[in-house]
Design a protein around this ligand. Structure first.
Ligand code: HEC
Length: 116
């Protein structure tokens, strides 16, 4: 006996089949969007990616002056849960996709290239 699905099922499932390629091509966020995303980060990491001078909390590292490759590697490691002893970053990184991590890494790397 040959099992065959009712033809209606095909039309229900067909759009799902087309979904993965669409998701894989998430467009990179616009510069305005990246600035908004980075706003979340500077709450802790300080305006300009550097905690204010004299800030008592040394547990939050400065992002300023790091390369985009180094920052991206850190963000990806947090997201994958590979940073031992990390506190907030692994949780926070669950809310960002690959294109957003890349854009954030580039945004903070550019800060280090400007005059302080
Ligand atoms: C609630 C405060 C907080 C927020 C918000 C936050 N961070 Fe962090 N960040 C930390 C802390 C604390 C660490 C040290 C690792 C840990 O404990 O998770 C850290 C570590 C990092 C590091 C590793 C730096 C190094 O030199 O080791 C990077 C990169 C980073 N954060 C990027 C970001 C980005 C990008 C955002 C915004 C999407 C962000 N952080 C938002 C608190 C925060």
């Amino acid at each position: 006996m040959r099992a065959s699905l009712p033809s209606g099922v095909f039309w229900v499932l067909a759009p799902l089949w087309l979904l993965p390629p669409c998701l894989a091509h998430t467009p990179p966020p616009s510069p305005q969007d990246v600035a908004l995303l980075a706003g979340t980060c500077v709450t802790c990491h300080g305006p300009g990616g550097q905690p204010p001078a004299g800030s008592p909390d040394r547990s939050i590292p400065a992002l300023r002056g790091q390369s985009s490759a180094a920052l991206l590697a850190r963000l990806q490691a947090f997201q994958a849960g590979q940073v031992a002893g990390a506190t907030v970053m692994p949780r926070l990184m669950q809310g960002y996709d690959a294109a957003q991590l890349q854009a954030l890494a580039e945004w903070f790397a550019r800060l280090g290239q400007e005059a302080p």
